[in-house]
Design a protein around this ligand. Structure first.
Ligand SMILES: Nc1ncnc2c1ncn2[C@@H]1O[C@H](COP(=O)(O)OP(=O)(O)OP(=O)(O)O)[C@@H](O)[C@H]1O
Ligand SMILES: [Mg+2]
Length: 501
């Protein structure tokens, strides 16, 4: 009985001690005391990081340390700190004046103090310094690596918080009446992400890993003596997501976009000037390059050789590398091979018209459905070779988003019309020279096109004359009229098909 009582008492004492230690700040106090004793035993060194350098210019490392320290979990756990908010849901923690916080790196414990000294009481001018205190024995081992760690972390944080910008070249009349291109910017708020773009999922993975390996290749490019840049060609029919994909890439990388409108560029040297004014960590975009090359702009005197020089890396090296160049085209068949050679274009990505897989993704994005009893019917129609652009399809779905059944029926009807018109045009074109081409995804050595696309596009032979095209359009119009009666009135539906022709 006596032994039992003794065990019970020991157990109670043990439970009480545990409760006291964990429910109070005793453990925290014990840790603090042990740190205090340890600090007295070791020799320390203090290093100052002032806000301003000796020329009263901003010390860039101070900003990095500031970002890094304010992100540490020890700020969150500290006895007191500042809560700062710029937005209703964006409260951030920030160090208070003379606040000290701890950090550990490679097993070494260091402390940072946010020292603020008032220089002039009346003018409230302050001298701000971060003081790093570390043991002398740890200094040689960790300091270099710790500074690099601070740079890396703060750059990561800055990248994540960065507000992306879309720059566009504008035309202004200067005094000597010569127009000059200049960049003007707006906030990049395009909602597209790589996930929301309906393209082959393998292709998405390939593009993502290509982008990620590019980000990590600074040393590699420089060792090869190459400018750290990569060029992409996005090509395919209209409304297949090329422009949206550029915005998605920019968001994925947290890069700004410089969208060059070549028709607003005066000449080759103006193009060079625009490129020199771009910054690193950006995507330089030239949309519809094929259209610009084949058109005769009244304003722009940019030549093919100017474009080739622009695509090369030499100028990029003068204004900070780490850049992507993205060109879009509807068709690359008639493009000078000099433009498409590796180095000028590193990756070719084909954007096809819809197939059943992209339809499913769009249905999930626009209607929130993963499956539906009408899906087999849609798949059957796709198998006949009927197709349409993702832009047209998503418009149909969005305008009927209240009723997935109705949305799918309108997609089916649109695909049926498309199939009928394709059949018709094959019949007519067989006699007149219009060629119907099934594009199986053009595959080049570094082409990221999906291997087996069911998409198709119309290509007109030079022998194809205008009256024949009009004939097809007339017949197509009749078909459209017939089928619109079938599915009932839908402004969006007929509107989108009208736009498509
Ligand atoms: N693959 C896709 N996945 C999701 N949405 C798409 C896709 N393709 C087009 N869209 C939608 O269609 C609209 C037009 O797309 P976008 O401007 O990106 O096409 P594009 O290929 O650049 O066309 P163009 O060659 O005419 O410039 C956008 O609103 C976009 O959301
Ligand atoms: Mg576009």
């Amino acid at each position: 009985m006596g032994v039992f009582m003794l065990v019970l008492i020991v157990l109670c004492v043990f439970i009480c001690l545990r409760l006291i230690i964990y429910q109070t700040s005793l453990i925290y106090r014990l840790k603090k005391w042990s740190h205090w004793i340890e600090d007295r035993i070791h020799v320390h060194q203090s290093l100052k990081v002032p806000e301003l350098n000796e020329n009263n210019q901003e010390n860039l490392f101070y900003r990095k340390v500031y970002t890094y320290l304010n992100s540490l979990s020890t700020v969150e756990d500290s006895d007191f700190t500042n809560l700062v908010s710029n937005k209703p849901n964006g409260v951030v923690l920030s160090l208070d004046d003379d606040q000290m916080i701890l950090d550990t790196f490679l097993g070494a414990r260091v402390s940072w103090t946010n020292r603020v000294e008032k220089i002039d009481d009346n003018k409230s001018v302050c001298k701000k310094t971060f003081v790093l205190k570390l043991k002398k024995k740890d200094k040689r081992r960790i300091l270099q690596a710790y500074i690099q760690h601070i740079y890396r972390c703060s750059e990561d944080i800055e990248m994540r918080c960065k507000e992306l910008k879309l720059y566009m070249n504008t035309v202004t009349q200067s005094d000597d009446r010569r127009s000059t291109g200049r960049w003007s910017s707006v906030k990049l708020s395009h909602p597209a992400t790589i996930e929301t773009i309906a393209i082959d999922s393998d292709l998405k993975k390939k593009v993502k890993s290509d982008l990620e390996s590019f980000l990590k290749s600074k040393q590699y490019y420089h060792r090869l003596g190459r400018v750290w840049k990569r060029s992409y060609l996005l090509y395919g029919p209209s409304g297949t997501g090329k422009s949206s994909f550029i915005a998605a890439m920019a968001k994925h990388l947290s890069y700004d976009i410089y969208d060059i409108d070549l028709s607003k560029v005066i000449d080759d040297s103006d193009l060079k000037m625009l490129l020199l004014q771009t910054t690193s960590k950006s995507i330089i975009v030239v949309e519809d390059l094929d259209r610009f090359i084949s058109s005769n702009s009244n304003y722009s005197r940019v030549t093919l050789s100017g474009i080739l020089n622009f695509m090369d890396g030499i100028l990029n090296s003068c204004c900070g590398d780490e850049k992507l160049m993205v060109f879009t085209m509807n068709n690359k068949d008639n493009i000078d091979s000099a433009i498409l050679r590796p180095g000028r274009i590193d990756v070719h990505i084909y954007f096809p018209l819809c197939n059943f897989n992209s339809f499913r993704l769009l249905a999930n994005n626009c209607l929130g459905i993963k499956d539906h009893k009408l899906f087999p019917q849609v798949e059957e129609i796709f198998n006949t070779g009927a197709t349409m652009s993702p832009a047209e399809m998503s418009e149909l779905m969005i305008s009927n988003r209240g009723s997935p059944g109705r949305a799918l029926k309108s997609v089916i009807t649109a695909l049926q019309i498309n199939g009928e018109s394709r059949l018709l045009s094959t019949m007519i074109c067989g006699k007149t020279g219009v060629r119907l081409q099934h594009n199986g995804g053009v595959v080049t050595s570094d082409d990221m096109s999906p291997v087996a696309e069911t998409s198709s596009e119309f290509v007109m032979d030079s022998s194809c004359n205008v009256p024949v095209v009009k004939e097809i359009q007339k017949l197509y119009g009749l078909l459209r009229l017939k089928s619109s009666k079938k599915i009932g009135p839908s402004d969006q539906f007929s509107g989108s098909m009208e736009r498509s022709r």
